[in-house]
Design a protein around this ligand. Structure first.
Ligand code: ZN
Length: 342
């Protein structure tokens, strides 16, 4: 699918990233970004590799968050998330065939259905704020459904795109700098934002202040990599039919202990408990939890599948049904939470 309309024109830092490809990545050591404790246990050494620098994944002994014990410094990390490679494949971890902006219509359709279900739960349409809004697809789906939408995005490439493509008010920068009034929104949206966040607790607390008492938060994060399912696959990987699953899916599952998985796009991987602790600490009351599967696009977008791909598609459909029922840990988990009336 061609990009509809003009492409973003801002300089992408991938050029500067390649210019400095021989230089070491400037890094900073961190304690747990969710609970602030410094009790890491090793989970996977060298989980990511970027410009000859490796990044170890550890697990917090305090809250169970899986996170990178060292991360790229702020400006370097921002440039990584504005690179062509991130928008081509890094954003989806290999589960999508199309680049981020090329999926425009699919995103809007998906979010339209998601909002329809959400509106039936909360029973209103009103003022919505989203940050980490990416290319504005969720915001645009909401606008078309009658929401008054404000979005904030600090990624310059994504913010450029949203500004050019959609009639949405885009705050370019972090939410802390945005001119939003306290308690002035009905619904706050953090959709896949927290894995990239330098301070997830501050994000949830900041959103709490913007939402009116009685208003809601819609929060979605991937939860597969920090789940008992992933640990089980990891442990029993030698019995998995690697050849049947195929190299792409095998890599997406990230169970190969010896392998490194490219640049450190995501700083942390949440366990549902680590999210629920953060929600409680920042004042939110959880009303509903929903599990979802992430389906590899290439199995569902094509018609002519090989026998192997048909097997994998069946497995993915079965796993997806079990994830939605939360019989097995879901690939993605969403929370509908409420700011209490008092
Ligand atoms: Zn922690």
């Amino acid at each position: 699918m061609a990009l509809p309309g003009p492409a973003p024109t801002a300089p992408t830092p991938s050029a500067s990233a390649s210019r400095h490809s021989d230089e070491p990545v400037p890094v900073v050591a961190v304690v747990c970004p969710a609970c602030g404790q410094d009790q890491p246990t090793p989970l996977r050494a060298g989980f990511h590799r970027w410009r000859e620098q490796t990044f170890d994944l550890v697990r917090c002994g305090g809250c169970g968050l899986a996170y990178l014990s060292q991360r790229p410094r702020r400006a370097t990390y921002a440039a990584l998330l504005e690179s062509d490679e991130f928008f081509a494949s890094g954003y989806s971890d290999g589960t999508r065939e199309q680049g981020y902006f090329e999926r425009r219509d699919d995103w809007i359709d998906t979010y339209d259905r998601e909002l329809e279900a959400l509106e039936s739960q909360i029973e209103y349409v009103g003022r919505l704020v989203q940050w980490g809004a990416g290319g504005g697809f969720f915001g645009e789906a909401a606008r078309r459904r009658g929401w008054q939408v404000q979005i904030a995005e600090s990624n310059r490439v994504a913010a450029d795109y949203a500004e050019v493509q959609f009639p949405l008010p885009v705050h370019r920068g972090t939410w802390e700098e945005a001119p939003y009034e306290p308690a002035s929104f009905d619904l706050g949206v953090l959709h896949g934002t927290l894995p990239y966040s330098l301070d997830p607790k501050a994000d949830l607390a900041g959103m709490y202040r913007l939402i009116r008492p009685g208003g809601h938060l819609w929060l979605c994060v991937p939860t597969f990599l920090n789940s008992a399912l992933h640990r089980g696959l990891d442990r029993f990987q030698r019995w998995l039919p690697k050849r049947v699953l195929g190299a792409d899916l095998w890599r997406t599952l990230k169970v190969e202990a010896q392998e490194s998985f490219g640049p450190p796009y995501r700083l942390q991987h949440f366990h549902p408990t680590s999210v629920e602790n953060l929600l409680a600490e920042t004042g939110w009351q959880v009303e509903r939890v929903q599990g979802r599967a992430t389906r590899p696009d290439y199995l569902f977008a094509r018609r002519n599948l090989s026998w192997r791909e048909r097997c994998v598609k069946g497995l993915a459909q079965g796993a997806g049904a079990l994830m939605q029922a939360r019989v097995v840990p879901p690939a993605e988990t969403c929370w509908l939470a409420r700011r209490p009336l008092r």
